[in-house]
Design a protein around this ligand. Sequence first.
Ligand SMILES: [Zn+2]
Length: 182
Amino acid sequence: MTAMATTTPAPTVDRISPAADAARRVAQTVTDPELPMLSLADLGVLRDVWVDDGRVVVVITPTYTGCPAMDTMRDDLVYTLRAAGYHDVEVRTTLHPPWSTDWISAEGKRKLAEYGIAPPGPAPSAVTGPVPLVLTPTVRRVDCPVCGSADTVELSRFSATACKALRRCRTCQEPFEHVKEI
Ligand SMILES: [Zn+2]
């Protein structure tokens, strides 16, 4: 005899069956519209996936606040899951805990570098416990994804998308994008 000690949102919610697992794997393959080399799994925005009475519920955390990519991401999730045979799909967003670039997996950071985009360093919000008061902006070291030089300079806080800054390497002269830490 087994006693289930865990509480679930509703008795029909299913996160562990092969069907729920399959839906999760499909959702994980959806890519970020602004960083198309990254899947939602790489990005760490996929918070939860469950099946409830035939409906697939996907919970995501927005990346950058007000990021227009979120609407596209939501549409892509619904489209991709429908194409995989899940016709009843609901995408929910949750803001807590807030997403930070630390949630990008090591694999995701590796893919960014492979595409010539400098991955984010440790997020400023990663500090646990009392948050130190910072009076001056931190000067970050961002290595060139082309030649690896640390001698790079920020040209613009924003590049093609708000989540990336435009930088240039002073060693090889190549411009490159950098996913900003948040
Ligand atoms: Zn370089």
